[in-house]
Design a protein around this ligand. Structure first.
Ligand code: LLP
Length: 467
């Protein structure tokens, strides 16, 4: 069976190459499947960032995360430029580093003028070590520990207060002479269509203050000299394609700004969170970065005019749409198994430990074979991981050329929530990650070794030689 397009054109892996030559579309990286620098060279070989993917695997091992610097920087620039173009006030984009928090990614985001959103002491520590300026770091979390709060206060970052427990702890820790810069996270009560686990804006969410408590929260904060409340924050969910929920959110948030003035609070920052989706498959059709930013800016500006409010500093915190498309994961094909009349399993040397999204959210991915980019797509197979778990399936119904062991399978769109959610399940060492640009590849995360795997293990004396 050769996969044939209705026009009669045969399909190959090349169909997934970036479309950005279509400038009329004003497209952004989140609307592509492969990174912007992806090309086919020598007829069949996939190149990213000027580097041949199969050579990268030979050099750095398999599996391998390959991060394209140009795609990441381009997404950062598009956010920055869009806010500059569509927002008349001050703005700041924060990279939601939970998508992929490591030194190199934080450093690139910061060099593109992004602030950084962190959600734990570990992410905060990494951002600080990467040299990110504390005044551009915002700490989130629905259950920050006292240690995390102290680290944040001592580092001078802004704390996004999530609940009463946290506000009271902050008041206990605070030195009135040095007020703590905080924002308030509120739950806006906005529904959006995305996976239940990544929806956060509906009222039944573990995050943020209930908007019905607004009066009490604003009253409390306005009476605490040790708390310098500068803004309000909300985040409604992730992998969202509609623009309306964020527009509704923007309108609700301007009402919060208006309400805050009644309590004498000088709230000058408004953070609409992240959530713009990306294209994981050909049928996904997310708006561009520019379209998303424009939609939000328009609502905020109109609502501020209607309420006669000065424009707040507008913050947003995209994660996935900044980094997901910039990265692919290269695996080596190993065994395969044909179950007659049912399916063919093709197994790779990674799986749910390096990409837990399919088993967690039933996420759908697409793949190409890096050494067979122009081969016709002749088979539909199931890409299995190597974990001892039947559910460890990376892709159901992947349309691929005929594969053999040793082929390099490249799964696209793995920059967000892959490495950051990776585990050592079955004691698999986490893969290495390289950044590629202009034909050069640099290691940004070293491959774990077996020694790394037992680094935290302790064998009590009495268990030694006990057998
Ligand atoms: N801000 C806050 C407060 C968030 O909780 C999140 C994501 C973001 C920003 C960034 O959202 P993004 O632009 O990436 O959609 N592990 C899940 C996604 C969890 C999202 C958590 N919060 C996944 O793999 O789909």
């Amino acid at each position: 069976m050769v996969s044939t397009h209705p026009t009669g054109v045969q399909h190959s892996g090349s169909q997934y190459l970036p479309q950005r030559h279509d400038t009329s579309a004003n497209s952004s990286p989140n609307q592509e499947l492969l990174p912007l620098t992806a090309r086919v060279h020598h007829h069949d070989l996939l190149e990213i960032g000027g580097c041949d993917v199969t050579t990268l695997v030979e050099q750095f091992g398999s599996p391998l995360y390959i991060l394209d610097e140009e795609t990441l920087r381009s997404a950062c620039q598009q956010y920055r430029d869009a806010f500059k173009q569509y927002y008349k006030g001050e703005s700041q984009v924060l990279y939601a580093s939970k998508a992929w928090n490591c030194l190199a990614v934080c450093a690139i985001a910061a060099s593109e003028g992004m602030g950084i959103d962190v959600v734990s002491g570990g992410e905060l520590y990494t951002a600080l070590q990467a040299g990110v300026s504390p005044d551009k770091i915002y700490l989130h979390g629905n259950n920050k520990s006292r240690e995390e709060l102290v680290l944040a206060i001592n580092s001078g970052v802004t704390i996004v207060a999530d609940n009463w427990y946290e506000l009271r702890t902050l008041v206990e820790i605070a030195q009135p002479a040095q007020p703590i810069r905080i924002m308030l996270r509120l739950t806006p009560g906005i529904e959006c269509h995305t996976h239940e686990y990544i929806r956060t804006g509906h009222l039944d969410s573990k995050f943020g203050f209930d908007p019905n408590d607004l009066d009490e929260v604003f009253t409390f904060v306005s009476q605490q000299p040790a708390l310098n409340c500068v803004g309000v924050h909300a985040h409604i969910g992730s992998q969202i394609f509609e623009r309306q929920p964020h527009q509704d959110l923007a309108a609700v948030m301007v009402q919060w700004l208006r309400d805050a003035t009644k309590y004498g609070l000088n709230i000058t920052e408004l953070n609409v969170g992240g959530g713009l989706g990306i294209k994981y498959t050909e049928s996904d059709d997310p708006p561009s970065i520019e379209e998303w930013v424009k939609a939000i800016c328009e609502v905020i500006q109109e609502a501020c005019v209607a309420e006669n409010l000065p424009l707040p500093k507008l913050l947003s915190e995209p994660g996935r749409s900044l980094i997901a498309t910039a990265c692919v994961t290269a695996y080596t094909v190993g065994s395969s198994k044909v179950v007659p009349e049912i399916r063919t399993y093709v197994a790779v040397d990674g799986g749910m430990s390096d990409n837990p999204r399919p088993i967690t959210y039933q996420s759908v991915y697409r793949a190409v074979v890096a050494n067979k980019m122009s081969f016709p797509l002749t088979q539909t197979v199931t890409i299995a991981g190597k974990h001892c778990e039947s559910g460890d399936i990376l892709i159901k119904n992947a349309l691929l050329p005929k594969t053999e062991s040793g082929d390099i399978l490249v799964v696209m769109g793995t920059g967000a929530y892959n490495y950051s959610m990776a585990s050592n399940y079955n004691r698999l060492p986490r893969p290495a990650a390289v950044i590629v640009a202009n034909g050069e590849a640099n290691l940004i995360l070293q491959r774990e070794t077996y020694q790394d795997l037992i680094r935290q293990d302790r064998l009590p004396e009495r268990l030694k030689n006990s057998h």
